[in-house]
Design a protein around this ligand. Structure first.
Ligand SMILES: *[C@@H]1O[C@H](CO)[C@@H](O)[C@H](O)[C@H]1NC(C)=O
Length: 221
């Protein structure tokens, strides 16, 4: 009886481990440079590749992250610039994305999650308060100084806040998927299209209909 129960536990643990820790699928060739020229006409788990014999070094380089993002147009004061299959087609199928994150003085990358990727970030300039909340609702937070790195586990809600009101902060993140996805908690709940019914938000956040209206308006929803 105990052996059977042990085997069942082992089996279930294996399913959990394989299901949650798995990164993007392994590539089946050295590279699979994304074909970004012709519009995609059929869809599967990834982006179609060009003929490998036509690949050139230029498919593996981008200057995208050298250009500072403009934080003025963003109400939270941040701008994320990605190196992904669109500007760096050579990373198709490799399970990677890189991001440059510019954060204005007192700017905030509000609580958000990447459903398909863990993220490791290095702060290159400025000082940041970063943190994530685990599934038992425990907050892990840390103040970073220039040169420090921090890791956000896959799928967990996290934030980056620039403590300095005068100076912009700059960090660069590596993400463990070529398509990490991002959901900003406040926007997903209050500005989705179509909207989540007011009654759900009222009860879910223990607030009034006026509060719902106000938050929606504040967030541009
Ligand atoms: C981010 O910065 C780039 C480069 O300056 C700019 O083109 C883009 O509009 C900015 N995005 C937002 C949301 O402000």
């Amino acid at each position: 009886m105990r052996t059977i129960s042990f085997l069942i536990h082992l089996f279930l643990s294996l399913i959990l481990i394989l299901g949650f820790v798995k990164p993007d699928p392994d590539p089946l060739q050295d590279y699979c440079v994304a074909n970004t020229n012709t519009p995609q006409t059929f869809f599967y788990n990834g982006v179609p590749c060009i003929n490998p014999s036509l690949a050139t070094p230029s498919n593996f380089v981008t200057t995208a992250l050298s250009i500072p993002g403009n934080t003025k147009g963003n109400p939270f004061g941040f701008n994320v610039t990605l190196a992904n299959v669109k500007n760096l087609p050579g990373l198709n199928t490799l399970g990677l994305t890189m991001a440059r994150v510019d954060i204005a003085g007192n700017g905030l990358v509000p609580p958000h999650s990447h459903p398909r990727a863990s993220e490791v970030t290095i702060l290159l300039k400025g000082s940041l308060l970063v943190g994530f909340v685990d599934t038992s609702n425990r907050l892990f937070t840390q103040q970073l100084r220039s040169g420090d790195s921090f890791v956000f586990p896959k799928g967990l809600i996290h934030f980056l806040f620039n403590l300095d009101s005068q100076n912009a902060a700059l960090c660069v993140s590596g993400l463990s998927s070529q398509n990490p996805g991002a959901q900003i908690v406040s926007l997903a709940t209050f500005t989705s299209k179509p909207a989540i019914p007011d009654d759900v938000l009222k009860k879910g956040f223990q607030i009034t209909a006026q509060d719902v209206l106000k938050i929606r308006r504040n967030l541009g929803g």
